[in-house]
Ligand binder design. Structure first.
Ligand SMILES: [Zn+2]
Length: 279
C-alpha cells in the first residue's frame, strides 16, 4: 500500500494489520485507538445474520482489543444506517456481551463518550470513519460518514455536540480520517452530484469538490471529493488544519488490504472498524 501520509503508522503482523495515527499515539497514556485492515480475516460485518457471524466478530474484537490492551466486552457499536444522528454513550447496555446490533443504538452513525473503558467502534467499507479526541476535556468520538452522512453533515453534528454537551473547544479537537474511497475512485451520477452541489455551493469550492468526467452510457458522470468536503466543514467550525489527521489512503486503490464495497464488484464484502477508548 502506498503510504502518502506522514500521519500514520501501519502495523502488519502475522494474523492482523491495523493503522494508527502518530498524533493520537502521543496520547497513548490516555487513549487507545486503531483502524483495522483486512489481514487475518479481520471482518466486523454481520451481513444480516447475527447467528452466523457473531462469533467471528467477537473473535476479531478480542484480537484487536488484545493488541491495544483493552477488554473487548466494552465495545459499543452503533447500529449504523447512513444517518447524521450522533449519540452520547453513558454506559454499556449489555453487561456480559458487546453492545452490537442493538435497537437502543439503531439509526445512530456517530457516538461520543467521556467515560473510561468504553470502546467506541464504527464500521466502513469505503465510507469515511472519523476518530475524534479532545485531549483537554478527555472526550472521544467514532463517526461513520459515507456520502449520505457527509451530505447530512454528521461531522458538524458531532463537533457541535462535543462543544454543547462536553464543553469542548474546536481548537483543541483532533480529527483523524480513516481510509475511505477517495476522489480518484468515487464516481457518481447526477443523483449524488446535484444534492452535493446544492448543499455545498456556499463553500465556493465546488470546482474542487466535483469534477465532471464525461458521459458513460449516455449519463454524465462526476468524481466527488467527500474528504475535502468534510475538511472544509471542520475548518469552518474552528478545527485547526494541523489537527486534521488524514491517512490519505483510498480503500478502493488498496482493496487487497482494506475492505472496499466497490472493490468487491457487487459480491460479499467485509468491513473494517475504527475504534477509540479512554483508558
Ligand atoms: Zn482510489
Amino acid at each position: 500500500m502506498k503510504n502518502l501520509s506522514n500521519d500514520v503508522v501501519i502495523h502488519v503482523e502475522n494474523d492482523i494489520a491495523y493503522l494508527q495515527y502518530k498524533k493520537l499515539l502521543e496520547y497513548d497514556d490516555i487513549i487507545k485507538h486503531a483502524y483495522t485492515l483486512k489481514k487475518g480475516n479481520m471482518d466486523f460485518s454481520l451481513h444480516g445474520s447475527i447467528e452466523n457471524y457473531h462469533d467471528i466478530v467477537i473473535e476479531n474484537y478480542k484480537k484487536i482489543c488484545g493488541k491495544l490492551g483493552l477488554n473487548y466486552i466494552n465495545v459499543v457499536r452503533p447500529y449504523q444506517t447512513h444517518t447524521n444522528n450522533v449519540q452520547s454513550i453513558y454506559g454499556k447496555i449489555n453487561k456480559d456481551d458487546i453492545d452490537i446490533a442493538l435497537d437502543e443504538l439503531k439509526d445512530i452513525d456517530g457516538v461520543i463518550t467521556d467515560k473510561k473503558e468504553i470502546i467506541l467502534s464504527t464500521l466502513n467499507a469505503d465510507c469515511i470513519l472519523f476518530l475524534i479526541f479532545d485531549p483537554k476535556n478527555k472526550v472521544i468520538a467514532s463517526v461513520h460518514s459515507g456520502w449520505k452522512g457527509t451530505l447530512g453533515k454528521i461531522i458538524e453534528n458531532t463537533i457541535n455536540k462535543m462543544v454543547e454537551e462536553y464543553n469542548s473547544k474546536p481548537e483543541d479537537i483532533l480529527v483523524a480520517i480513516s481510509p475511505s474511497i477517495r476522489k480518484c475512485h468515487f464516481e457518481v451520477h447526477d443523483d449524488v452530484k446535484i444534492p452535493y452541489e446544492e448543499t455545498f455551493k456556499y463553500t465556493n469550492r465546488l470546482n474542487e469538490i466535483i469534477e465532471p468526467i464525461g458521459e458513460v452510457d449516455g449519463k454524465q458522470k462526476y468524481k466527488i471529493d467527500t474528504v475535502l468536503v468534510n475538511k472544509i466543514m471542520l475548518i469552518d467550525m474552528g478545527i485547526k488544519e494541523e489537527n486534521i489527521l488524514d491517512c490519505e489512503i483510498c480503500s478502493l486503490c488498496n482493496c487487497d488490504q482494506i475492505h472496499s464495497r466497490r472493490g468487491s464488484n457487487g459480491g460479499l464484502f467485509g468491513v473494517g472498524t475504527a475504534m477509540i477508548s479512554l483508558i
